[in-house]
Design a protein around this ligand. Structure first.
Ligand SMILES: [Zn+2]
Length: 66
C-alpha cells in the first residue's frame, strides 16, 4: 500500500525547489531529492507547505548516527 496515490505522486514536486519527491513510508514523509526538505503526510494527504516542512540536517554532518 503506497503512502499516497502514485498518480498524485507523479505530479507532486517540492514547492520550494520543484525537485522530485521520494516516499519515506515508515516515516510518513515525502522527501525532496534536491533540497532534502521533508513534507509530512497526514491521512494519505501530503502537506506540501514549506512552513510545514522539516529541514534536512546541516550538510557536513554524518547522515547515519549508528
Ligand atoms: Zn526541494
Amino acid at each position: 500500500m503506497p503512502l499516497i496515490d502514485p498518480k498524485l505522486m507523479e505530479i507532486l514536486v517540492c514547492p520550494d525547489c520543484h525537485g522530485d519527491l521520494e516516499e519515506w513510508e515508515a516515516q510518513q514523509r515525502l522527501v525532496c531529492q534536491k533540497c532534502g526538505k521533508r513534507y509530512p503526510v497526514r491521512d494519505g494527504i501530503p502537506v506540501m507547505l514549506i512552513e510545514e516542512a522539516e529541514l534536512p540536517p546541516p550538510s557536513g554532518e554524518p547522515q547515519a548516527q549508528s
